[in-house]
Design a protein around this ligand. Sequence first.
Ligand SMILES: *Cc1c(COP(=O)(O)O)cnc(C)c1O
Length: 394
Amino acid sequence: MIYADNAATTKMSETAVKAMLEVINDNYGNPSSLYSIGQKAKEALEEARADIAGVIGAKPAEILFTSGGSEADNQAIISAAKTGEAAGKRHIISTKIEHHAVLHTLKKLEKEGFEVTLLEVNGDGLVTPEAVRDAIREDTCLVSVMYANNEIGTIEPIREIGAICREKKVPFHVDAVQAIGHIPVNVEEDNIDMLSSSAHKFHGPKGVGFLYVKKGIRLFNLIEGGAQEKGKRAGTENVPGIVAAAAALKEAVANMDKNAAYLTEKREKLIAGLKEISHSALNGHPVKRLPGNVNFCFEGIEGESLLLLLDDKGIQASSGSACTSGSLDPSHVLLAIGRVHDVAHGSLRLSIAEDITDADVDYIIKSVKEVVEYLRGFSPVWRDLVAGKSQFIL
Ligand SMILES: *Cc1c(COP(=O)(O)O)cnc(C)c1O
């Protein structure tokens, strides 16, 4: 089996599993308890916090643990909105290609009377800093832009956008779920005020994430209860998950350069191979791109059929429309970069991890070529295209 859906989730690293088991077996106290086993858990929790803070250039007190990326996105955006509202500011800027954890939170705020500007991206999926500058108004209370896109892998000019937000004194939130552990991120250098991350995207466990909140930025809680996380996130901390997340992140960062170089080489090989398929196109930026992300559109086929047939061949991948499974809408990201509906439906995302081999890459290329050709063989859409009854787009 070749697992090529690491943008959806990753396998936990052995280091992370080991760290988690140690806590589960030996350090199971409640960090809020005053006796020694509780305090030992508290120490492990604070060590994890310091480790994570160190990796992104933050202070430990600026890291808040959450249940994952979605919760971190929700809390960051809702906090900025409430803070803004209190100052009479009800305008939020974001982009058309954000994760649904951001977009759906913004939709909710719109219903509550906030005005949301979703910036367009170019054909490569890039947001321009100038577009952010032009959109900022007197009443803007938040700019939220993702570090790297989860579908097409495009890496956004976060540092430049952050500099504009600093200049205009507008809080800047970044969904860095796809970036942390994969490419360098530093909240100071990148001018970030709030940042969301999720452990299961960097070989840590599911259900654990963190929110970086720069000192001085006000936070509102989503969950009421005990005084954990300085009263900003009630509920007994997920110590095994948090400790494993810190272990996974330290490991990912220690190996980042090596992994990125390896993955980029395999990515380029995959892209070169898949480009040989006629009427296909790479989605996302050719260079400003996550090391492990490959995303293609193939004209005349359905992404879902492609996925199922690849699964039969032992390849686990994803399609642009899989995220919204149950709905027939193609990916909002592919539409935002200008792919028309029919083309966007025929998409394939391969997100590879460090365990991929050259033989795997060759097998993936061969398999995708076979499956695309097979599906086109009985596709009425493809027949019309070949017969000249409709026009090729790619
Ligand atoms: C996966 C992902 C999320 C959600 O993270 P969870 O931990 O699964 O809630 C948010 N944003 C991006 C860009 C993601 O890839």
